[in-house]
Write a new protein. Structure first.
Length: 91
């Protein structure tokens, strides 16, 4: 891998990571508005009045969404890099 290719991949990787985080947050917020019990905000884990099951279920859902979106964004980024540079991205 050339030095130029590596120097191009690093900013692309950072930008897609930030974009993926914003996308995952937006997806979670949208899903939460549909499934939350008339709450606009998910339960705060530090709020001891919230049921433990609700806090853990919300955290699990958020983790699932973040993981899936992150994998999708990284995969698309790797494919885009390969299409532009005609070589696989660095590991």
């Amino acid at each position: 891998m050339s030095k130029l290719s590596r120097s191009l991949f690093t900013p692309l990787s950072v930008a897609t990571s930030v974009g993926g985080g914003l996308l995952a947050s937006a997806v979670f917020t949208r899903i939460w508005k549909h499934i939350g019990d008339n709450d606009n905000e998910p339960p705060d884990p530090k709020d001891l009045q919230q049921p433990l099951v609700a806090v853990f279920a919300t955290a699990a859902l958020q983790g699932l969404i973040i993981g899936v979106v992150r994998a999708g964004v990284q995969r698309a980024s790797a494919r885009g890099y390969q299409a532009l540079a005609n070589e696989p991205p660095p590991s």
